[in-house]
Write a protein that binds this ligand. Structure first.
Ligand SMILES: Nc1ncnc2c1ncn2[C@@H]1O[C@H](COP(=O)(O)OP(=O)(O)O)[C@@H](O)[C@H]1O
Ligand SMILES: [Mg+2]
Length: 250
């Protein structure tokens, strides 16, 4: 096992840093092999800013991969970093913004790819919850479902399992719907239909308590608006009314 970043760099001198990836907390780099005569290979180097989160993520990645859930494979681990499979493909956030743009600024109708993505997300969560329940003997949730934590390939892959914890599935899916409503520009008609379809499909496929799910959406919307200091925006869009009265969240 590699012990620290310096030894890592020495041992992997055949790798060069291709780019630093945009992150929220940790340092993540895309590395490329530079051996002459060989097809170039990429791997991901993730250095943890909070070391206490690392064992949980490593454990989850090994367990989930072993049970066939779509997550990156770990190649090696060090004192404060992991090396893992590079999953090439757009982040779910980029796909989401692109889908909204293809529907036009005021368009609210979802196209086929948006539905495919919701069902693919649903399959990923379903597998994740089943396996985590089986191995932990209790319900674990992902804990951080921001749209940069999913990569779209032939199916959706989940990355970033540092925040996995005991919890109710409605907490994850409530946050997912709240994020769908509030990526900028927030509360567009397209986002309301997308969040509504996520609510409808995921609550039915994962057999969720819809009232609890609505409470979790409200909780996350409040947390987001406190973080961004945009409570007035929530009021303007009468978001809680939307959750109570709209056909999308029935
Ligand atoms: N295995 C991977 N394959 C491809 N890209 C990855 C991989 N792991 C992480 N990334 C990229 O790095 C970003 C940050 O990784 P993540 O584990 O979510 O850390 P953080 O929580 O600090 O943002 C992701 O949003 C994604 O763009
Ligand atoms: Mg992340």
């Amino acid at each position: 096992m590699l012990e620290n970043t310096q030894i890592f760099l020495k041992n992997l001198s055949c790798f060069s840093v291709e780019k630093k990836i945009e992150t929220r907390k940790n340092d993540v780099f895309l590395l490329k092999t530079s051996k002459t005569g060989e097809k170039e290979k990429f791997i991901v180097y993730k250095k943890y800013s909070q070391l206490d989160k690392m064992p949980r993520e490593i454990e989850m990645l090994y367990l989930l991969k072993g049970k066939g859930v779509a997550v990156p494979q770990i190649y090696d681990t060090g004192k404060n970093f992991i090396l893992m499979e590079y999953l090439e493909g757009p982040l779910f956030i980029d796909f989401f913004c692109w889908q909204e743009n293809t529907c036009g600024p005021v368009g609210s109708s979802l196209k086929g790819p948006a539905y495919q993505a919701i069902y693919s997300l649903c399959s990923w969560f379903s597998a994740f919850y089943a396996v985590s329940r089986e191995v932990a003997g209790r319900q674990l949730i992902m804990g951080d479902v921001n749209f940069r934590n999913f990569i779209i390939r032939e199916k959706i892959y989940g990355i970033n399992l540092e925040e996995c914890r005991d919890g109710k599935i409605e907490e994850d899916i409530g946050s997912l719907c709240a994020f769908a409503l509030t990526y900028l520009p927030s509360y567009t008609s397209w986002k309301i239909s997308m969040a509504g379809e996520m609510f409808r499909i995921l609550s039915s496929e994962l057999d969720l308590d819809k009232e609890l799910l609505k409470q979790e959406i409200q909780k996350e919307l409040l947390a987001i608006s406190v973080r961004r200091k945009t409570i007035h925006e929530m009021m303007k869009f009468q978001v809680f009314d939307l959750l109570e009265k709209s056909i999308y969240f029935a």
